[in-house]
Design a protein around this ligand. Structure first.
Ligand code: SDX
Length: 431
Protein backbone atom coordinates (compact mmCIF):
# COMPACT_ATOMS: atom_id res chain seq x y z
CA UNK A 1 0.00 0.00 0.00
CA UNK A 2 2.53 2.53 -1.25
CA UNK A 3 2.09 5.90 0.48
CA UNK A 4 -1.56 5.36 1.36
CA UNK A 5 -2.79 7.82 3.97
CA UNK A 6 -5.98 8.79 5.76
CA UNK A 7 -6.90 12.47 5.85
CA UNK A 8 -8.30 13.86 9.09
CA UNK A 9 -10.16 17.14 8.95
CA UNK A 10 -10.97 19.46 11.88
CA UNK A 11 -14.69 20.26 11.36
CA UNK A 12 -14.30 23.70 12.96
CA UNK A 13 -11.06 25.07 11.51
CA UNK A 14 -10.98 22.92 8.37
CA UNK A 15 -7.34 22.05 9.15
CA UNK A 16 -6.35 18.63 7.81
CA UNK A 17 -3.68 16.09 8.67
CA UNK A 18 -2.42 13.27 6.48
CA UNK A 19 -2.07 10.09 8.56
CA UNK A 20 0.20 7.63 6.72
CA UNK A 21 -0.88 3.97 6.76
CA UNK A 22 1.75 1.65 8.29
CA UNK A 23 1.52 -1.82 6.73
CA UNK A 24 2.98 -4.97 8.32
CA UNK A 25 3.69 -8.35 6.75
CA UNK A 26 0.39 -9.73 8.09
CA UNK A 27 -2.59 -8.32 9.93
CA UNK A 28 -4.35 -5.01 10.40
CA UNK A 29 -2.45 -1.91 9.23
CA UNK A 30 -2.04 1.09 11.54
CA UNK A 31 -2.37 4.86 11.17
CA UNK A 32 0.82 6.74 11.98
CA UNK A 33 -0.48 9.51 14.26
CA UNK A 34 2.89 10.84 15.43
CA UNK A 35 2.34 14.20 13.66
CA UNK A 36 -1.29 14.51 14.75
CA UNK A 37 -0.79 16.50 17.96
CA UNK A 38 1.60 18.94 16.26
CA UNK A 39 -0.66 19.48 13.24
CA UNK A 40 -4.13 19.31 14.79
CA UNK A 41 -3.50 19.96 18.48
CA UNK A 42 -5.38 16.79 19.47
CA UNK A 43 -4.40 13.44 21.00
CA UNK A 44 -5.96 10.05 20.25
CA UNK A 45 -7.92 8.47 23.09
CA UNK A 46 -7.74 4.70 23.58
CA UNK A 47 -8.01 3.55 27.23
CA UNK A 48 -6.47 0.05 27.69
CA UNK A 49 -4.93 0.47 24.23
CA UNK A 50 -7.53 -1.83 22.64
CA UNK A 51 -6.91 -0.35 19.18
CA UNK A 52 -3.35 0.98 19.52
CA UNK A 53 -0.11 -0.42 18.12
CA UNK A 54 2.73 0.41 20.51
CA UNK A 55 5.55 -0.79 18.26
CA UNK A 56 6.56 -2.80 15.23
CA UNK A 57 7.64 -6.35 16.06
CA UNK A 58 8.83 -9.41 14.11
CA UNK A 59 8.43 -11.92 16.93
CA UNK A 60 4.80 -13.11 17.20
CA UNK A 61 1.66 -12.70 15.11
CA UNK A 62 -1.88 -13.22 16.38
CA UNK A 63 -5.03 -13.30 14.24
CA UNK A 64 -7.76 -13.06 16.89
CA UNK A 65 -10.69 -13.53 14.50
CA UNK A 66 -9.32 -16.79 13.12
CA UNK A 67 -7.51 -18.11 16.18
CA UNK A 68 -4.03 -17.98 14.59
CA UNK A 69 -0.77 -17.75 16.58
CA UNK A 70 2.63 -17.69 14.79
CA UNK A 71 6.06 -17.56 16.47
CA UNK A 72 8.43 -15.98 13.92
CA UNK A 73 5.97 -17.21 11.26
CA UNK A 74 5.73 -20.81 12.49
CA UNK A 75 2.21 -21.95 13.61
CA UNK A 76 2.25 -22.69 17.32
CA UNK A 77 0.51 -26.04 16.80
CA UNK A 78 3.38 -27.27 14.60
CA UNK A 79 5.94 -26.10 17.17
CA UNK A 80 3.97 -27.74 20.01
CA UNK A 81 3.94 -31.02 18.08
CA UNK A 82 7.48 -31.04 16.60
CA UNK A 83 9.74 -28.68 18.55
CA UNK A 84 10.99 -28.27 22.13
CA UNK A 85 10.74 -25.34 24.51
CA UNK A 86 14.44 -24.44 24.24
CA UNK A 87 14.37 -24.70 20.45
CA UNK A 88 11.33 -22.36 20.47
CA UNK A 89 13.22 -20.07 22.87
CA UNK A 90 16.09 -19.94 20.34
CA UNK A 91 13.59 -19.22 17.54
CA UNK A 92 11.92 -16.38 19.46
CA UNK A 93 15.25 -14.84 20.51
CA UNK A 94 17.18 -15.15 17.22
CA UNK A 95 14.37 -15.23 14.63
CA UNK A 96 15.28 -18.51 12.93
CA UNK A 97 15.14 -22.20 13.86
CA UNK A 98 18.66 -23.33 14.92
CA UNK A 99 20.75 -25.95 13.15
CA UNK A 100 21.99 -28.80 15.34
CA UNK A 101 25.23 -27.00 16.30
CA UNK A 102 23.42 -23.80 17.22
CA UNK A 103 20.83 -25.71 19.25
CA UNK A 104 23.48 -27.74 21.09
CA UNK A 105 25.44 -24.57 21.95
CA UNK A 106 22.29 -22.79 23.15
CA UNK A 107 21.05 -25.73 25.26
CA UNK A 108 24.51 -26.15 26.75
CA UNK A 109 24.69 -22.44 27.63
CA UNK A 110 21.24 -22.48 29.24
CA UNK A 111 22.08 -25.66 31.17
CA UNK A 112 25.23 -24.08 32.58
CA UNK A 113 23.48 -20.93 33.79
CA UNK A 114 20.75 -22.65 35.84
CA UNK A 115 22.44 -22.29 39.26
CA UNK A 116 21.77 -19.23 41.45
CA UNK A 117 24.44 -17.18 43.20
CA UNK A 118 24.62 -18.79 46.65
CA UNK A 119 24.09 -15.39 48.34
CA UNK A 120 20.89 -14.94 46.33
CA UNK A 121 19.44 -18.18 47.67
CA UNK A 122 19.53 -16.59 51.13
CA UNK A 123 17.06 -13.91 49.98
CA UNK A 124 14.25 -16.49 50.16
CA UNK A 125 14.73 -16.76 53.94
CA UNK A 126 13.46 -13.18 54.26
CA UNK A 127 10.00 -14.29 53.08
CA UNK A 128 7.44 -15.86 55.39
CA UNK A 129 6.61 -19.50 54.47
CA UNK A 130 3.15 -18.39 53.27
CA UNK A 131 4.43 -15.73 50.86
CA UNK A 132 2.92 -16.21 47.39
CA UNK A 133 5.60 -17.59 45.03
CA UNK A 134 4.89 -14.71 42.62
CA UNK A 135 5.88 -12.26 45.38
CA UNK A 136 9.17 -14.14 45.73
CA UNK A 137 9.72 -14.26 41.95
CA UNK A 138 9.15 -10.51 41.66
CA UNK A 139 11.59 -9.76 44.48
CA UNK A 140 14.29 -12.25 43.57
CA UNK A 141 14.34 -11.39 39.84
CA UNK A 142 14.38 -7.69 40.67
CA UNK A 143 17.49 -8.37 42.79
CA UNK A 144 19.43 -10.14 40.02
CA UNK A 145 20.99 -6.90 38.75
CA UNK A 146 22.75 -6.66 42.14
CA UNK A 147 24.72 -9.77 41.17
CA UNK A 148 25.42 -9.14 37.49
CA UNK A 149 27.05 -5.70 37.14
CA UNK A 150 29.15 -7.22 34.36
CA UNK A 151 26.21 -7.55 31.96
CA UNK A 152 23.89 -4.61 32.40
CA UNK A 153 25.30 -2.44 29.61
CA UNK A 154 22.04 -2.54 27.64
CA UNK A 155 23.79 -1.07 24.58
CA UNK A 156 26.15 -4.06 24.34
CA UNK A 157 24.68 -6.91 22.22
CA UNK A 158 26.80 -9.46 24.09
CA UNK A 159 25.49 -8.25 27.45
CA UNK A 160 21.92 -8.47 26.11
CA UNK A 161 22.49 -12.05 24.93
CA UNK A 162 24.02 -13.11 28.26
CA UNK A 163 21.08 -11.51 30.13
CA UNK A 164 18.51 -13.37 27.98
CA UNK A 165 20.24 -16.74 28.37
CA UNK A 166 20.82 -16.22 32.09
CA UNK A 167 17.19 -15.19 32.70
CA UNK A 168 15.74 -18.15 30.76
CA UNK A 169 18.12 -20.52 32.57
CA UNK A 170 17.51 -19.26 36.09
CA UNK A 171 13.75 -18.73 36.15
CA UNK A 172 12.94 -22.44 36.77
CA UNK A 173 15.52 -22.57 39.57
CA UNK A 174 14.05 -19.43 41.18
CA UNK A 175 10.46 -20.69 40.80
CA UNK A 176 11.30 -24.12 42.24
CA UNK A 177 13.22 -22.50 45.12
CA UNK A 178 10.20 -20.28 45.89
CA UNK A 179 8.01 -23.37 46.10
CA UNK A 180 10.50 -25.23 48.30
CA UNK A 181 10.66 -22.24 50.63
CA UNK A 182 6.85 -22.21 50.91
CA UNK A 183 6.77 -25.88 51.95
CA UNK A 184 9.81 -25.69 54.22
CA UNK A 185 11.87 -28.16 52.19
CA UNK A 186 15.53 -27.73 51.18
CA UNK A 187 16.03 -26.11 47.79
CA UNK A 188 17.28 -28.53 45.14
CA UNK A 189 20.25 -27.64 42.95
CA UNK A 190 19.83 -28.03 39.17
CA UNK A 191 21.08 -31.27 37.61
CA UNK A 192 22.95 -30.68 34.36
CA UNK A 193 22.25 -34.16 33.03
CA UNK A 194 18.52 -33.39 32.73
CA UNK A 195 16.69 -31.44 30.02
CA UNK A 196 15.09 -28.09 30.87
CA UNK A 197 11.62 -29.22 31.97
CA UNK A 198 12.83 -32.47 33.61
CA UNK A 199 15.32 -30.36 35.56
CA UNK A 200 12.53 -28.07 36.72
CA UNK A 201 10.27 -30.94 37.79
CA UNK A 202 13.13 -32.48 39.75
CA UNK A 203 13.96 -29.17 41.50
CA UNK A 204 10.26 -28.78 42.30
CA UNK A 205 9.48 -32.28 43.63
CA UNK A 206 12.72 -34.02 44.61
CA UNK A 207 14.00 -34.07 48.19
CA UNK A 208 17.62 -34.82 49.16
CA UNK A 209 16.46 -37.81 51.18
CA UNK A 210 15.51 -39.96 48.21
CA UNK A 211 16.02 -40.54 44.49
CA UNK A 212 13.55 -38.83 42.17
CA UNK A 213 12.66 -40.17 38.74
CA UNK A 214 11.17 -37.61 36.35
CA UNK A 215 8.02 -38.87 34.59
CA UNK A 216 8.79 -38.38 30.86
CA UNK A 217 5.09 -37.90 30.04
CA UNK A 218 4.89 -35.10 32.62
CA UNK A 219 8.10 -33.52 31.30
CA UNK A 220 6.82 -33.64 27.72
CA UNK A 221 3.43 -32.17 28.65
CA UNK A 222 5.18 -29.37 30.54
CA UNK A 223 7.49 -28.71 27.60
CA UNK A 224 4.44 -28.28 25.36
CA UNK A 225 2.76 -26.00 27.92
CA UNK A 226 5.90 -23.87 28.09
CA UNK A 227 5.97 -23.61 24.27
CA UNK A 228 2.33 -22.48 24.24
CA UNK A 229 2.95 -19.84 26.92
CA UNK A 230 6.27 -18.57 25.56
CA UNK A 231 5.07 -15.40 23.84
CA UNK A 232 1.92 -13.58 22.85
CA UNK A 233 2.67 -10.26 21.12
CA UNK A 234 1.99 -7.10 23.13
CA UNK A 235 0.04 -8.61 26.06
CA UNK A 236 -0.11 -6.68 29.34
CA UNK A 237 3.06 -8.12 30.89
CA UNK A 238 5.13 -7.88 27.71
CA UNK A 239 3.97 -4.29 27.19
CA UNK A 240 5.02 -3.64 30.80
CA UNK A 241 8.49 -5.06 30.12
CA UNK A 242 8.77 -2.86 27.01
CA UNK A 243 7.62 0.29 28.82
CA UNK A 244 9.96 -0.34 31.76
CA UNK A 245 12.79 -1.24 29.36
CA UNK A 246 12.24 1.97 27.37
CA UNK A 247 13.52 3.97 30.37
CA UNK A 248 16.93 2.27 30.05
CA UNK A 249 16.58 0.38 33.34
CA UNK A 250 18.53 -2.86 33.69
CA UNK A 251 16.88 -5.88 32.02
CA UNK A 252 16.31 -7.77 35.29
CA UNK A 253 14.24 -4.86 36.62
CA UNK A 254 12.24 -4.86 33.38
CA UNK A 255 11.53 -8.60 33.70
CA UNK A 256 10.53 -8.12 37.36
CA UNK A 257 7.95 -5.54 36.20
CA UNK A 258 6.59 -8.12 33.74
CA UNK A 259 6.28 -10.73 36.50
CA UNK A 260 4.32 -8.27 38.62
CA UNK A 261 1.94 -7.52 35.73
CA UNK A 262 1.48 -11.20 34.88
CA UNK A 263 0.32 -11.92 38.45
CA UNK A 264 -3.07 -10.27 37.94
CA UNK A 265 -6.10 -12.62 37.63
CA UNK A 266 -7.16 -10.89 34.40
CA UNK A 267 -3.82 -12.00 32.91
CA UNK A 268 -1.44 -14.76 33.96
CA UNK A 269 -3.09 -15.15 37.35
CA UNK A 270 -6.13 -16.57 35.55
CA UNK A 271 -4.86 -20.16 35.57
CA UNK A 272 -4.77 -20.13 39.38
CA UNK A 273 -8.16 -18.35 39.40
CA UNK A 274 -9.65 -21.05 37.11
CA UNK A 275 -8.86 -23.80 39.63
CA UNK A 276 -10.16 -21.65 42.48
CA UNK A 277 -13.34 -21.08 40.46
CA UNK A 278 -13.78 -24.78 39.59
CA UNK A 279 -13.36 -25.71 43.25
CA UNK A 280 -15.84 -22.93 44.15
CA UNK A 281 -18.40 -24.29 41.64
CA UNK A 282 -17.72 -27.75 43.09
CA UNK A 283 -20.26 -29.75 41.15
CA UNK A 284 -21.76 -29.82 37.64
CA UNK A 285 -25.19 -29.12 39.14
CA UNK A 286 -23.92 -25.68 40.26
CA UNK A 287 -22.72 -24.65 36.78
CA UNK A 288 -25.96 -22.88 35.68
CA UNK A 289 -25.90 -20.79 38.86
CA UNK A 290 -22.34 -19.63 38.24
CA UNK A 291 -23.03 -18.97 34.56
CA UNK A 292 -25.80 -16.61 35.68
CA UNK A 293 -23.43 -14.95 38.17
CA UNK A 294 -20.90 -14.42 35.35
CA UNK A 295 -23.60 -12.70 33.28
CA UNK A 296 -24.84 -10.50 36.12
CA UNK A 297 -23.34 -6.99 35.75
CA UNK A 298 -23.78 -6.42 39.47
CA UNK A 299 -21.83 -9.55 40.33
CA UNK A 300 -18.02 -9.23 40.09
CA UNK A 301 -17.77 -12.97 39.36
CA UNK A 302 -16.36 -13.74 35.91
CA UNK A 303 -15.85 -17.09 34.29
CA UNK A 304 -12.09 -17.29 34.68
CA UNK A 305 -10.34 -18.86 31.70
CA UNK A 306 -12.94 -17.45 29.31
CA UNK A 307 -12.62 -14.45 27.04
CA UNK A 308 -9.66 -12.73 25.52
CA UNK A 309 -8.81 -9.22 24.44
CA UNK A 310 -7.65 -10.44 21.03
CA UNK A 311 -9.05 -13.92 20.38
CA UNK A 312 -12.71 -13.68 19.37
CA UNK A 313 -12.50 -17.34 18.42
CA UNK A 314 -11.01 -20.35 20.18
CA UNK A 315 -7.57 -19.56 21.63
CA UNK A 316 -5.44 -21.98 19.54
CA UNK A 317 -3.40 -22.72 22.64
CA UNK A 318 -6.49 -23.80 24.58
CA UNK A 319 -7.39 -26.22 21.80
CA UNK A 320 -3.95 -27.85 21.94
CA UNK A 321 -3.86 -27.95 25.76
CA UNK A 322 -7.39 -29.43 25.85
CA UNK A 323 -6.09 -32.36 23.79
CA UNK A 324 -3.09 -32.75 26.07
CA UNK A 325 -5.37 -32.70 29.08
CA UNK A 326 -6.92 -36.01 28.03
CA UNK A 327 -3.47 -37.57 27.47
CA UNK A 328 -1.99 -36.44 30.77
CA UNK A 329 -5.09 -37.30 32.82
CA UNK A 330 -5.24 -40.76 31.22
CA UNK A 331 -1.54 -41.31 31.92
CA UNK A 332 -2.08 -40.21 35.51
CA UNK A 333 -5.12 -42.52 35.78
CA UNK A 334 -7.27 -39.44 36.36
CA UNK A 335 -9.32 -39.54 33.13
CA UNK A 336 -12.48 -39.16 35.20
CA UNK A 337 -10.92 -36.27 37.12
CA UNK A 338 -13.99 -34.44 38.53
CA UNK A 339 -12.42 -31.04 37.86
CA UNK A 340 -11.77 -31.94 34.23
CA UNK A 341 -15.33 -33.24 33.83
CA UNK A 342 -16.61 -30.08 35.47
CA UNK A 343 -14.43 -27.94 33.16
CA UNK A 344 -15.72 -29.78 30.07
CA UNK A 345 -19.34 -29.31 31.21
CA UNK A 346 -18.71 -25.64 32.01
CA UNK A 347 -17.18 -25.15 28.55
CA UNK A 348 -20.13 -26.94 26.88
CA UNK A 349 -22.78 -24.93 28.70
CA UNK A 350 -20.98 -21.58 28.33
CA UNK A 351 -20.47 -22.07 24.59
CA UNK A 352 -24.22 -22.71 24.15
CA UNK A 353 -25.18 -19.59 26.10
CA UNK A 354 -26.08 -16.50 24.04
CA UNK A 355 -24.29 -14.17 26.48
CA UNK A 356 -20.96 -15.88 25.77
CA UNK A 357 -21.66 -16.42 22.08
CA UNK A 358 -22.61 -12.77 21.50
CA UNK A 359 -19.44 -11.60 23.26
CA UNK A 360 -17.29 -14.26 21.58
CA UNK A 361 -16.09 -15.51 24.95
CA UNK A 362 -14.21 -18.75 24.31
CA UNK A 363 -11.92 -20.74 26.61
CA UNK A 364 -8.42 -19.21 26.63
CA UNK A 365 -4.98 -20.65 27.34
CA UNK A 366 -5.58 -20.57 31.09
CA UNK A 367 -8.79 -22.60 31.10
CA UNK A 368 -7.16 -26.03 30.71
CA UNK A 369 -3.56 -25.40 31.73
CA UNK A 370 -4.44 -25.37 35.43
CA UNK A 371 -6.03 -28.81 35.16
CA UNK A 372 -2.87 -30.28 33.65
CA UNK A 373 -0.71 -28.57 36.25
CA UNK A 374 -2.95 -30.00 38.98
CA UNK A 375 -2.77 -33.47 37.42
CA UNK A 376 1.04 -33.13 37.40
CA UNK A 377 0.88 -32.46 41.13
CA UNK A 378 1.86 -28.80 40.81
CA UNK A 379 0.28 -26.72 43.62
CA UNK A 380 -2.23 -24.04 42.56
CA UNK A 381 -0.15 -21.11 43.79
CA UNK A 382 2.64 -22.28 41.45
CA UNK A 383 0.47 -22.05 38.31
CA UNK A 384 1.30 -18.44 37.54
CA UNK A 385 5.03 -18.96 38.22
CA UNK A 386 4.82 -21.72 35.55
CA UNK A 387 3.40 -19.12 33.17
CA UNK A 388 6.25 -16.75 34.16
CA UNK A 389 8.93 -19.38 33.44
CA UNK A 390 7.63 -19.78 29.88
CA UNK A 391 6.88 -16.11 29.25
CA UNK A 392 10.39 -15.11 30.31
CA UNK A 393 11.40 -16.12 26.78
CA UNK A 394 8.90 -13.71 25.23
CA UNK A 395 9.75 -10.92 27.62
CA UNK A 396 13.49 -11.33 26.91
CA UNK A 397 12.91 -11.51 23.14
CA UNK A 398 10.79 -8.33 23.13
CA UNK A 399 13.19 -6.49 25.44
CA UNK A 400 16.12 -7.40 23.15
CA UNK A 401 14.12 -6.44 20.01
CA UNK A 402 13.32 -3.06 21.56
CA UNK A 403 16.93 -2.40 22.64
CA UNK A 404 18.03 -3.27 19.11
CA UNK A 405 15.65 -0.64 17.68
CA UNK A 406 17.60 2.57 16.92
CA UNK A 407 14.30 4.44 17.09
CA UNK A 408 13.64 3.32 20.67
CA UNK A 409 12.37 6.19 22.85
CA UNK A 410 11.02 6.30 26.38
CA UNK A 411 7.33 5.38 26.40
CA UNK A 412 5.17 8.21 27.69
CA UNK A 413 1.38 8.08 27.01
CA UNK A 414 -0.73 11.22 27.51
CA UNK A 415 -4.20 11.64 29.10
CA UNK A 416 -7.50 13.47 28.91
CA UNK A 417 -7.51 15.62 32.07
CA UNK A 418 -10.92 15.68 33.79
CA UNK A 419 -9.86 17.17 37.12
CA UNK A 420 -10.39 20.62 38.63
CA UNK A 421 -9.54 23.78 36.65
CA UNK A 422 -6.73 25.98 38.15
CA UNK A 423 -7.65 27.29 41.61
CA UNK A 424 -5.82 29.14 44.45
CA UNK A 425 -4.82 27.67 47.78
CA UNK A 426 -7.35 28.55 50.55
CA UNK A 427 -6.20 28.93 54.17
CA UNK A 428 -7.71 26.25 56.38
CA UNK A 429 -10.05 28.71 58.13
CA UNK A 430 -11.47 29.65 54.72
CA UNK A 431 -12.31 26.09 53.50
C1 SDX B 1 -4.16 -14.12 29.30
O1 SDX B 1 -3.37 -10.43 26.15
C2 SDX B 1 -2.94 -11.63 26.09
O2 SDX B 1 -2.45 -12.11 25.10
C3 SDX B 1 -3.05 -12.39 27.40
C4 SDX B 1 -2.66 -13.86 27.35
C5 SDX B 1 -1.19 -14.03 27.04
O3 SDX B 1 -0.83 -15.10 26.53
O4 SDX B 1 -0.39 -13.13 27.40
O5 SDX B 1 -3.39 -14.51 26.34
C6 SDX B 1 -2.89 -14.56 28.67
O6 SDX B 1 -4.13 -13.19 30.05
C7 SDX B 1 -5.45 -14.81 28.92
C8 SDX B 1 -6.68 -14.16 29.61
C9 SDX B 1 -6.78 -14.76 31.02
N1 SDX B 1 -7.83 -14.03 31.79
C10 SDX B 1 -8.97 -14.64 32.16
O7 SDX B 1 -9.30 -15.77 31.79
C11 SDX B 1 -9.83 -13.78 33.09
C12 SDX B 1 -11.29 -13.83 32.61
N2 SDX B 1 -11.36 -13.07 31.34
C13 SDX B 1 -11.78 -11.68 31.44
O8 SDX B 1 -11.32 -11.01 32.58
C14 SDX B 1 -11.64 -10.96 30.10
O9 SDX B 1 -12.17 -11.77 29.15
C15 SDX B 1 -10.28 -10.50 29.65
C16 SDX B 1 -9.59 -9.67 30.66
C17 SDX B 1 -9.43 -11.67 29.29
C18 SDX B 1 -10.48 -9.66 28.38
O10 SDX B 1 -11.15 -8.56 28.77
P1 SDX B 1 -11.59 -7.42 27.70
O11 SDX B 1 -11.07 -7.72 26.36
O12 SDX B 1 -11.26 -6.09 28.30
O13 SDX B 1 -13.14 -7.66 27.58
P2 SDX B 1 -14.18 -6.92 28.47
O14 SDX B 1 -13.75 -7.00 29.89
O15 SDX B 1 -14.40 -5.57 27.87
O16 SDX B 1 -15.46 -7.84 28.27
C19 SDX B 1 -16.30 -7.66 27.15
C20 SDX B 1 -17.65 -8.18 27.63
C21 SDX B 1 -18.12 -7.51 28.92
O17 SDX B 1 -19.55 -7.59 28.94
P3 SDX B 1 -20.41 -6.30 28.40
O18 SDX B 1 -19.92 -5.10 29.18
O19 SDX B 1 -20.10 -6.18 26.93
O20 SDX B 1 -21.83 -6.65 28.69
O21 SDX B 1 -17.55 -9.58 27.95
C22 SDX B 1 -17.77 -9.77 29.33
C23 SDX B 1 -17.61 -8.42 30.00
O22 SDX B 1 -18.39 -8.35 31.18
N3 SDX B 1 -16.76 -10.73 29.77
C24 SDX B 1 -17.01 -11.75 30.60
C25 SDX B 1 -15.79 -12.43 30.69
N4 SDX B 1 -14.85 -11.83 29.94
C26 SDX B 1 -15.46 -10.75 29.37
N5 SDX B 1 -18.12 -12.13 31.26
C27 SDX B 1 -18.01 -13.23 32.03
N6 SDX B 1 -16.84 -13.97 32.18
C28 SDX B 1 -15.74 -13.58 31.51
N7 SDX B 1 -14.60 -14.29 31.64
Amino acid sequence: MANKAFTLTDPESGRTSELPVVEGTLGTPGLDIRKLNGEMDVFTYDPAFTATCSCESRITYIDGANGVLLYRGYPVDQLAEKSSFLEVAYLLLYGELPDQGQLDEFVNAITRHTMLNESLTKFFDGFHYDAHPMAMLTGIVGSLSAFYHDTTDIRDPEHREIFARRMIAKMPTIAAAAYKHSVGQPKMYPSNDLDYTSNFLRMLFAVPAERYEVDPIAAKALDVLFILHADHEQNASTSTVRLAGSTGCNPYAAIASGIAALWGPAHGGANEAVLTMLNQIGDVSQVPKFIEKAKDKNDPFRLMGFGHRVYKNFDPRATIIRGYCHQVLEHMGMENHPLFELAMELERIALEDDYFKERKLYPNVDFYSGIIYQALGIPVNMFTPMFAIARTVGWAAHWCEMQNDPGMRIGRPRQIYTGSPKRDYAPIDKR
